[in-house]
Write a protein that binds this ligand. Structure first.
Ligand SMILES: Cc1cc2nc3c(=O)[nH]c(=O)nc-3n(C[C@H](O)[C@H](O)[C@H](O)COP(=O)(O)OP(=O)(O)OC[C@H]3O[C@@H](n4cnc5c(N)ncnc54)[C@H](O)[C@@H]3O)c2cc1C
Ligand code: SF4
Length: 523
């Protein structure tokens, strides 16, 4: 039976956001016997509510509240008020996500040491190493049911994958397989195996794909220690005269303001909302926002170097059949500066339905070039490229000086410009991606510009030294011991890998630390 805690209960842990970071942390704490409230801005849509229709599903699940953009990235021009594709619902972006679950490589935790001084980049080593995280990666893979780990077989490749694999192998790539996916390839953990329906981005109607919505949170609720309060958007975190956090103010489902007391607060609103909330919680004691003595809150916003390549073939591919991300090529993920950039990237199959393809293939385009591409949809294959982008101090989330949301909270502005390293890496990836498809006789290829950001990282980064970042190696803010960050905003650098497995591993590790600190009565 799910718990219900009093607003005045000062003994509860409050977590803001129920996605990969918050949903995992809340469940883990509840399993340890720690009484926890998750406040989630979005509604609770269960599996049976999901809709297998791209725009209808987006309307149901995505965070659509106004955001503004600046910087020279093309997203600012094409989608000025939609810089990111993030979910506002219980389960967070793990309802929409594709499931690709790759570990960081060793050097990606130490980029300042390995890449050296990259001009204009605010590189920093993580205060932890791959070795520190390995035991938690193992636990995360086990609970998420990641294929090709723990004896779980890989998923079968669909046509989109077969085209990618054939082209990649012709080019000489060797690390080509159907991925490590948090999607059941067979029944596991009370959830069925994947039915290959192809609506992974719309919320998996079978529950085969891991999501905190149904694979974590109900387990936490069953302990009687976890309450998830949907339609509860936190507006401000409060503190006492000593600076210790005491609770949060949130708008409930009717728009009424409520104050939830707390023993400690963990922020897991994704890398745009988390710094927005810290900045909006500025007070006389903390005039620049909470946990911001370094001035790094909101800075170093990363979104991964991304782009896509689609290709048309003589015969049908029907890429939409089967899992959306059906395979990966990892050969370019290594750090090999002779290519003209530091860090690396991966190719992962991607399929968009016609409604999304029309919006994203070449935003704003019209005319014969574009319409004939859509005509050839049945014969298309597609891939996404995802690589490490450089943290830059000037890429940042700030509070808009005048625009406010329905609760009077300033909207966030997302400022982003590519670093020259990001551009060099993307050009390399476009060239290689097109070569993969031409190797298997593509008749046309379309290098496609980045979509609104799905991987949002770095805006409350981890650092050894409080001067360089916002949180320590446990995700605990340097400035306030009972205030934690538990989402992708704590990443020091982004790696070439999709981030969620690392977010989950960090949340499991953080839960252990929080339990320990509570036992020692640190807060
Ligand atoms: C289409 C798509 C495909 C993706 N595919 C992959 C993939 O294959 N592999 C991968 O690793 N990653 C993938 N991702 C990214 C992945 O979903 C995110 O990295 C991950 O979910 C981020 O976790 P998080 O905890 O930081 O935030 P989220 O999971 O986004 O959760 C944040 C939650 O906090 C809530 N919130 C925010 N602010 C407040 C507030 N003030 N008060 C209360 N609640 C608040 C939000 O409503 C949201 O529910 C994908 C994302 C998308 C959109
Ligand atoms: S392809 Fe598999 S994981 Fe994706 S939505 Fe269908 S059943 Fe779920």
């Amino acid at each position: 039976m799910a718990a219900q805690f009093q607003l005045t209960d000062e003994s509860v842990v409050v977590i803001i956001g129920s996605g990969a970071g918050g949903g995992t942390l809340g469940t883990e704490l509840a399993l340890k016997g720690i009484r926890t409230v998750i406040l989630e801005a979005g509604g609770r849509h269960e599996i049976e509510d999901f809709v297998n229709d791209e725009w209808a599903s987006f309307a149901q699940l995505a965070w659509k509240d106004m955001r503004t953009t600046s910087g020279d990235w093309r997203v600012a021009k094409d989608f000025a008020n939609l810089p990111a594709w993030i979910v506002k619902a219980v389960g967070g972006s793990t309802t929409h996500w594709a499931g690709a679950s790759l570990r960081f490589q060793e050097h990606e935790f130490k980029t300042r040491s390995v890449y050296g001084d990259v001009k204009g980049a605010n590189l920093l080593d993580w205060p932890i190493s791959l070795k520190d995280l390995e035991p938690y990666y193992e636990r995360a893979e086990d609970r998420m049911g990641v294929t090709r780990t723990n004896g779980i077989p890989g998923l079968p490749g669909n046509n989109n994958y077969k085209v990618l694999e054939a082209g990649a192998k012709k080019l000489g790539y060797r690390e080509v397989h159907t991925g490590r996916m948090a999607i059941n390839s067979q029944e596991r953990d009370g959830r069925p195996g994947c039915q290959q329906t192809g609506f992974c981005f719309q919320g998996c109607k079978f529950g085969a794909k891991w999501s905190t919505l149904y694979a974590e949170i109900p387990k936490g609720e069953d302990t009687g220690n976890l309450e998830v309060r949907p339609n509860s958007q936190v507006l401000r975190i409060e503190h006492d005269p000593s600076g210790k956090v005491t609770g949060v103010v949130y708008a409930d489902k009717d728009g009424n303001l409520q104050r939830q007391k707390a023993r400690m607060v963990a922020v897991a609103g994704n890398a745009i909302e988390s710094p927005r909330l810290l900045l909006n919680s500025a007070s006389a004691k903390f005039p620049d926002g909470l946990a911001n003595s370094s001035g790094q809150v909101g800075r170093n916003y990363m979104r991964h170097m991304t782009g896509s390549v689609y290709a048309v073939f003589e015969k049908p591919v029907r890429m939409w059949r089967g899992t959306t991300m059906a395979g990966v090529v990892q050969d370019e993920a290594k750090h090999e500066p002779s290519r003209g950039f530091v860090g690396g990237y991966e190719f992962e199959t991607l399929s968009l339905g016609i409604p999304f393809m029309a919006a994203f293939l070449d935003p704003g385009a019209w005319g014969r070039e574009f319409t004939t591409a859509l005509d050839a949809y049945e014969n298309m294959a597609g891939m996404w490229i995802v690589g490490e982008d450089m943290p830059q101090e000037s890429n940042r989330i700030t509070l808009h000086p005048s625009l406010k949301d329905e609760f009077g909270m300033p909207v966030p502005n997302v400022h982003f410009s590519d670093h020259p390293n990001d551009v060099a890496m993307r050009n390399h990836a476009y060239k290689q991606g097109m070569a993969i498809y031409h190797a298997v006789d593509a008749t046309r290829t379309f290098p496609t510009t980045p979509y609104p950001s799905t991987h949002n990282l770095g805006t409350n980064r981890m650092s050894e030294n409080p001067r360089d970042g916002v949180v320590n190696k446990w995700g605990q803010t340097h400035d306030i011991p009972n205030l934690f960050i538990s989402d992708g905003s704590q990443f020091t650098t982004g790696g070439a890998e999709n981030p969620t497995l690392t977010i989950v591993a960090l949340a499991i590790r953080q839960a252990e630390y929080i339990e320990q600190q509570m036992n020692q009565r640190t807060f």
